[in-house]
Design a protein around this ligand. Structure first.
Ligand SMILES: C[S@@+](CC[C@H](N)C(=O)[O-])C[C@H]1O[C@@H](n2cnc3c(N)ncnc32)[C@H](O)[C@@H]1O
Length: 169
């Protein structure tokens, strides 16, 4: 039984990784220390709406809600990770503050964002850049973990944590 579960889990992991990589990025969770640094750097304020594009297990949303008083909205392709995030959110009593939508961020609406967090790939950022500029309000902060938006003007960078901050013109 254990072997069957292990095989199912491994098959799911490989398929999920191939699928999400082809659509934007594989799942690699941000270290919690970096999540905090990232949210501090982008100066999240209580009541603001923070989107995490490709929200993984929901850690960015949870820290944004618990530590900064923000509303967190995640968009995540992988339905298993969406369920997993919903379970964490339920257990932590954050249902009013954190929401996760299953879907592809290239086709979703996130115009109401005050802050957008990305941990994707440079090639995905390049593809996503035009949608962000078209959809987001001027002044919206976009913060990217590990991979810059190559064509955008940088507002601030943290070289130690490899975090890049931008503002929609
Ligand atoms: C590098 S992980 C980052 C996870 C999380 N944001 C964090 O910082 O811990 C990228 C996530 O994006 C998701 N993803 C990739 N392409 C996507 C797409 N087109 N739409 C929605 N989610 C996507 C992956 O499934 C994965 O969970």
């Amino acid at each position: 039984m254990l072997v069957v579960l292990l095989v199912v889990w491994m098959a799911y992991s490989v398929m999920s990784s191939l699928w999400t990589s082809a659509n934007g990025a594989p799942w690699v969770p941000t270290k919690l220390r970096t999540v905090r640094r990232l949210l501090e750097m982008v100066q999240v304020r209580a009541g603001e709406t923070v989107y995490d594009l490709g929200s993984g297990d929901g850690r960015v949303l949870i820290v944004a809600a618990r530590g900064f008083g923000a509303r967190g909205v995640g968009i995540e392709l992988d339905p298993v990770r969406v369920l997993w995030t919903r379970l964490f959110v339920l257990l932590l009593g954050l249902r009013k503050k954190v929401e996760v939508r299953q879907g592809n961020f290239f086709t979703q609406d996130f115009r109401d964002a005050d802050v957008v967090v990305c941990y994707l790939l440079t090639s995905t950022n390049r593809r996503l850049g035009d949608k962000l500029i078209e959809d987001l309000r001027p002044g919206t902060r976009v913060i990217s973990n590990a991979f810059p938006f190559p064509d955008w003007e940088l507002v601030e960078e943290d070289l130690e944590h490899r975090i890049y901050l931008y503002r929609i013109p």
